[in-house]
Design a protein around this ligand. Structure first.
Ligand SMILES: Cc1ncc(COP(=O)(O)O)c(C=O)c1O
Length: 398
């Protein structure tokens, strides 16, 4: 088992040299120095239009393609055309809904949850205006998970698509999307999974998950402000073209109107290289080490939170890395989430309060009128010493 040294990881993130505890990582992680260097190098050395025959354009095209290939390797897909790059998950999901729409008939059904970030709900709810019926798979309030048996009565012969989260950005609980995919496929439908809150913490093995569409944001996985949508090639080929009419057969270009941001995409191999190096050359070793370290971080903070009678922990109380990621939320009893966070701000700790655009989830939990939750979201570059600082700050602030 490979020991994990957070100080080696931290050295790769220039922002972490500041005296600030970065624990709003579910909002956005810090960016690798090597990623920023690659953006700069691209812009200064090869900032030309792609696809021309002169040498710099050939080189620029190769660098942008290398970025997409890096993401394909990160999620374990063999063909880089299975990866659509976009500016954000919200934009990619809107684009996907747009590209799915012509293939849907009035009366077809789409299932969305009330536990997702709005990005994975609104884009598909908007299809109602085209006659698509939208059904809601509700969070089970007791287990605070999406339960497969509660999806069952919602699935029907006209269900075409189920949209769900791999892991909520508030609760941190990991869903068994593999099991959901099997059930959804048996019903003749497809499964779209929002992996934004999962991908910074665990390895995404697209084929093993068995889902149809998987989307996540690279700026939360230590990279630049981009996102990726992954799907089997056939699924992407059958989507409507949302780019120029003469690009209809070009996958993924037909799903990337305006093309990708070149300099950011060209920086993505640096992200892959970082994760590989963390695992001594093996991505799965890196992710396993990250999971172990994150479980230790979660356990330290959960120990504190579980023992307090003046707050309600929202989400799984276990630190088991198979069950949760270290995104921990709680509702304070005596003060508002905002008051707690502002008190903590003053101590050089970056955490956050609110609904994190998972507004339906926060309402379902009965926290809509109470300012949502306090969220402490950690990643592998956080340390146990930082968790102790957060605990000391919360002791004062609660
Ligand atoms: C779970 C989840 N899904 C989707 C999104 C939207 O991602 P983006 O900012 O890339 O549009 C977020 C952003 O916080 C998120 O946490």
């Amino acid at each position: 088992m490979m020991p994990f040294d957070p100080s080696a990881a931290r050295a790769a993130f220039p922002a972490l040299s500041r005296d600030l505890v970065f624990m709003d990582n579910a909002g956005g992680s810090q960016c690798l120095g090597a990623v920023a260097d690659a953006v700069r190098a691209y812009m200064l050395e090869r900032n030309v239009q792609l696809g021309a025959s002169y040498s710099v354009s050939v080189e620029a095209s190769a660098h942008v393609l290398a970025g997409r290939r890096a993401i394909a390797r990160l999620v374990g897909v063999a063909d880089d055309r299975q990866v659509v790059i976009g500016p954000s998950t919200t934009q990619l999901l809107s684009n996907l809904a747009l590209a799915l729409a012509p293939g849907l008939a009035p009366g077809d059904q789409i299932v969305v949850t009330n536990a997702d970030h709005e990005a994975n709900i609104g884009a598909f709810r908007r299809l109602e205006s085209r006659g698509v019926a939208v059904r809601e798979w509700k969070l089970d309030l007791e287990s605070r998970t999406l339960r497969l048996d509660q999806l069952e009565p919602i699935l029907g012969p006209r269900t075409r698509l189920v949209c769900m989260t791999h892991c909520s950005n508030v609760l941190g609980t990991i869903h068994d999307v593999r099991a959901v995919a099997r059930r959804v496929h048996a019903a003749g439908a497809r499964l779209l999974v929002d992996g934004v809150a999962f991908a910074p913490h665990r390895q995404v093995d697209f084929a093993a998950l068995g889902v149809d569409y998987y989307v996540f944001s690279l700026y939360k996985v230590y990279g630049p402000h981009l996102a990726a949508l992954v799907a089997p090639l056939g699924h992407l080929e059958e989507l409507a073209n949302i780019n120029h009419e003469f690009l209809a057969t070009e996958v993924p270009y037909k799903l990337q109107p305006g093309n990708v941001c070149y300099e950011l995409t060209a920086s993505l191999p640096a992200l892959e290289a970082y994760l590989c190096a963390l695992g001594g050359g093996a991505l799965d070793v890196a992710w396993a080490a990250i999971a172990r370290h994150e479980a230790a971080l979660a356990e330290r903070l959960l120990c504190f939170l579980r023992a307090r009678s003046d707050l309600t922990l929202i989400g799984d109380s276990s630190s088991d890395s198979d069950r949760r990621v270290p995104t921990l939320s709680f509702a304070p009893h005596a003060r508002s989430p905002e008051a707690v966070v502002r008190a903590v701000d003053a101590l050089g700790i970056g955490i956050r309060h609110g609904d994190f655009y998972s507004r339906r989830l926060i309402r379902a939990l009965g926290l809509g009128d109470r300012g949502g939750v306090v969220r402490v979201s950690m990643v592998h570059y956080n340390t146990l010493e930082e968790v102790d600082r957060v605990i000391a700050a919360l002791e004062q602030a609660l």
